[in-house]
Design a binder for this molecule. Structure first.
Ligand SMILES: NC(=O)c1ccc[n+]([C@@H]2O[C@H](COP(=O)([O-])OP(=O)(O)OC[C@H]3O[C@@H](n4cnc5c(N)ncnc54)[C@H](OP(=O)(O)O)[C@@H]3O)[C@@H](O)[C@H]2O)c1
Length: 326
């Protein structure tokens, strides 16, 4: 095994047009950390934010290899209970922000953010596996830990035309939950229906006044439309703020007394705390219901920069995935 690897390493704002794969040292194994050969990378809006803005924040390590999630095979388990060759997934916990992430041939992963892929899921392709960890963990946590979703609920997914939105619709559909999806683009209406949305609403930003009502709201647009989403809740309903696609990160002028309807609840989900137990549930659920994650395009690792360019350009739906099977 070579002492060097190819990786995307950034120090400042880096659009795809300025990104290059460079040769960097393979990270040295240390106690509590596991060396993984990266086989699949799921791309997220989060990395786009890092490359275009967040990289200048003081809590980001400089330089940094982006990538908040990945799948691969253990190369060196260090002092941890994994075995060489075992298929694993990794996500969050500062990955790709505080410590080097998955946009590389190898990744040294903090052991509490590394999870075994259950036997039943190991037969899935690297491309399919790569589309699962962060997107499905976030959808799962938002729907079950936060929204306590159950059959019989009506679920509103606000700004559903994103990777996370499609995953949430797939999970809810498998449970038989009635779903209303919103999108800011008319061209995604039929696509959202094909992923299980029972109804699709073109989102003007003001839904509450149009009579849209739901027991649970998954808010992916975020603070920009949160007060309006709360206004869509039925009595006893819950709204979970999970996304920031509206481009507004915090709430200003929010009046909890008036903006949270009486008897309704507001919660938020942060995907920073995955566990093996939850990842096992997710892989089992995906297998049981034959869910195929919505992959927009699969790139070979040699073409990672092309994947970044496609993300910068936008105008596609589903998850961009990079695989490295060499
Ligand atoms: N809370 C957490 O821990 C957590 C975890 C994961 C993700 N998230 C958040 O969840 C959201 C979705 O993430 P993702 O990775 O699934 O995104 P993604 O698949 O990369 O989708 C991003 C795309 O969504 C589209 N979009 C849909 N509705 C939009 C709207 N109302 N305003 C603007 N753009 C809209 C935009 O494309 P078009 O303009 O072409 O339609 C945008 O390029 C992001 O805000 C992300 O930060 C949060």
């Amino acid at each position: 095994m070579s002492n060097t690897m190819r990786a995307l390493q950034i120090s400042d704002i880096t659009p795809a047009s300025e990104a290059v794969l460079s040769e960097v040292p393979v990270p040295a194994v240390k106690p509590g950390w596991v060396l993984v050969r990266v086989r699949g990378i799921g791309m997220n809006h989060s990395e786009w934010e890092l490359c275009h803005d967040e990289i200048r924040e003081s809590y980001i390590t400089h330089p940094i290899i982006p990538g908040i999630e990945g799948v691969g095979e253990v190369v060196d388990p260090s002092d941890q209970p994994f075995v060489s060759g075992q298929k694993v997934c990794m996500l969050m916990g500062g990955m790709g922000r505080m410590w080097d992430g998955s946009y590389a041939e190898y990744c040294l992963v903090r052991a509490d953010h590394l999870f075994a892929i259950p036997e039943a899921a190991c037969k899935l392709s690297w491309a399919t596996l790569a589309a699962i960890p962060e997107t499905f963990f976030t959808a799962w946590g938002s729907l079950f830990e936060c929204l306590q979703l159950k059959a019989g609920d009506t679920l509103l997914v606000r700004a559903a035309s994103c990777g996370l939105g499609y995953a949430a619709l797939q999970i809810a559909h498998a449970l038989g939950v009635r779903t209303i999806a919103t999108t800011h683009r008319e061209r995604y209406v039929e696509l959202l229906k094909s992923f299980g949305a029972n109804e699709v609403v073109l989102d003007s930003g003001a839904l509450a006044d149009t009579g849209v009502k739901a027991d649970k709201v998954l808010e992916l647009s975020g603070p920009k439309t949160l007060a309006d989403s709360l206004g869509c809740l039925n009595h006893g309903g819950i709204c979970c703020d999970t996304g920031i696609l509206g481009g507004q990160f915090v709430l200003n002028g929010f009046d909890p007394i008036k903006d949270i309807p009486n008897g309704c609840y507001l919660t938020g989900f942060f995907s920073n705390y995955p566990t093996q137990e939850v990842m096992d549930h997710i892989f089992a659920f995906v297998a049981k219901h034959g869910i195929e994650p919505f992959v927009a395009k699969v790139f070979d690792f040699d073409h990672l920069i092309d994947a970044l360019a496609m993300q910068d350009e936008g105008g596609f739906q589903g998850k961009l995935v990079i695989v490295n099977e060499q």
